[in-house]
Write a protein that binds this ligand. Sequence first.
Ligand SMILES: CCCCCCCCCCCCCCCCCCCCCCCCCCCC(=O)SCCNC(=O)CCNC(=O)[C@H](O)C(C)(C)COP(=O)(O)OP(=O)(O)OC[C@H]1O[C@@H](n2cnc3c(N)ncnc32)[C@H](O)[C@@H]1OP(=O)(O)O
Ligand SMILES: NC(=O)C1=CN([C@@H]2O[C@H](COP(=O)(O)OP(=O)(O)OC[C@H]3O[C@@H](n4cnc5c(N)ncnc54)[C@H](OP(=O)(O)O)[C@@H]3O)[C@@H](O)[C@H]2O)C=CC1
Length: 515
Amino acid sequence: MSTIAAFYGGKSILITGATGFLGKVLMEKLFRTSPDLKVIYILVRPKAGQTLQQRVVQILNSKLFEKVKEVCPNVHEKIRAVYADLNQNDLAISKGDMQELLSCTNIVFHCAATVRFNDHLRHAVQLNVTATQKLLLMASQMPKLEAFIHISTAFSNCNLKHIDEVIYPCPVEPKKIIDSMEWLDDAIIDEITPKLIGDQPNTYTYTKALGEMVVHQEGGNLNIAIVRPSIVGATWQEPFPGWVDNLNGPSGLIIATGKGFLRALRATPMAVADVIPVDIVVNLTLAVGWYTAVQRPKSTLIYHCTSGNLNPCYWGKMGFQVLATFEKIPFERAFRRPNADLTSNTFTTQYWNAVSHWAPAIIYDFYLRLTGRKPRMTKLMNRLLRTVSMLEYFINRSWEWSTCNTEMLMSKLSPEDQRVFNFDVRQLNWLEYIENYVLGIKKYLLKEDMAGIPKAKQHLKRLRNIHYLFNTALLLIAWRLLMARSQMARNVWFFIVSFCYKFLSYFRAPSTLKV
Ligand SMILES: CCCCCCCCCCCCCCCCCCCCCCCCCCCC(=O)SCCNC(=O)CCNC(=O)[C@H](O)C(C)(C)COP(=O)(O)OP(=O)(O)OC[C@H]1O[C@@H](n2cnc3c(N)ncnc32)[C@H](O)[C@@H]1OP(=O)(O)O
Ligand SMILES: NC(=O)C1=CN([C@@H]2O[C@H](COP(=O)(O)OP(=O)(O)OC[C@H]3O[C@@H](n4cnc5c(N)ncnc54)[C@H](OP(=O)(O)O)[C@@H]3O)[C@@H](O)[C@H]2O)C=CC1
């Protein structure tokens, strides 16, 4: 029997961000491995016209939870959705709910965050810093609390090249930032944001670093640990390979490449692609929860959940494998054949942007106009290239994360726990993982049917023929224009033609003699 699974039995667990990518996989694993847990409280807000209950039902009815329903048939009775909005100062939790949370919770997993790189600083601070502070305050009033696990990111100190499992000081105290966000107006915040974030690339990594500092300063006597995952990708093994449900990290760019929109990327092929499967992150997080509660380490331990130092993959290799997978498993209705270049040169990137992105988009929009339809490709391209520019920072650098605490934890696990809560990234086969990732995107994100693959291949063949035809036509037009305008070009052309003619006559002469 797994010690970790047994530990969560009978426990009341509070999860924030349970409706997010990581939160859903965390909940799934908890229910699947510890079906006898008492209750999982999830802090949820209504969204997209759905009530809390509708959101929960949608999650439980998803493919991700199919196995859970077999091992824990009364799963719906064990999830308690609590209305909350972490953007509100009091988190908008009702008094009654608050009482219950405070008196019953044993473990807290704080996953909620805004992960948008370009979020307004006020909003990012509210969610990634102030809400963390409020949750810590709540946690300090929970008499039964055994552990508080805060999910941060390995990129919270991405202004450094080598990152240890420690909390680094922030140039400005989080409390000062929180206070200033309360009285500064948006325009002033916009103005000071670049100065405040300094050498951090965006408001996300900056506020996640502040969030860690808040945990460090205001954790008091709580039993806290911080997990820092790198770029979280689709599931590796559990509950099945390739599950993913949002565009974050590499997923959006894989779609853009597979659909033929993205044909070049400013990326360094030899930079480490520090992607980590979401099930590895979840397994480590649950092991950390157990260890923190049972061993009660004297200080707050930080665990890096990264792949680069133990089993590195590189962006070049990843891109290559993604393209190879499209040969076998193409996406439907592609705009162009998937084919992309990784280039680390800014000039080349601009050239490819003009030739491979803007030119086809403009031509296609022209065609749409001609056929009486609304042009949309240049708008889409604009958005895509803006998104790519936000991600470029992370695909042109490599970082080194030390993983001493993570390795120490692995060594403390029994063989059974190492199997059930496997977070050993050395066992991951990247080629297989990337293939399943692409397949997962096709099935679970794009909701495309596997039966449509022959048709998709046929469509790609048609696109290839159009491409050849288009290039030939372009060449002929260029040649005609050149011949019409330049005497020099005409001279060269006649020289080539007469040379070829003489060459052929030379070979034809002996055969004529024979006859
Ligand atoms: C040697 C030679 C080899 C040759 C081989 C060459 C082969 C090359 C082939 C290449 C194949 C591709 C391979 C994969 C490369 C992958 C690169 C991946 C880079 C990933 C880097 C991530 C780093 C993360 C580090 C930090 C870790 C964290 O903790 S972050 C948590 C995760 N957060 C994110 O991922 C970012 C979240 N998103 C955002 O911040 C914002 O959405 C945005 C800034 C990206 C855009 O914001 P904006 O306000 O402009 O618009 P928005 O309304 O949000 O979205 C606009 C449309 O774009 C869609 N969208 C959103 N995110 C993405 C995305 N990641 N990729 C693509 N598209 C995205 C969004 O849905 C919108 O679409 P519409 O709804 O249609 O409007
Ligand atoms: N994805 C990645 O690549 C990485 C993620 N991380 C960290 O992992 C954690 C989870 O990320 P991930 O699952 O990918 O992110 P998602 O964006 O998928 O999920 C974010 C979660 O936070 C919730 N949330 C956001 N705003 C509020 C609010 N005002 N009130 C209540 N809940 C709110 C969302 O709820 P709702 O559904 O209502 O929007 C959602 O459940 C984050 O802390 C992130 O920093 C770290 C490294 C990499």
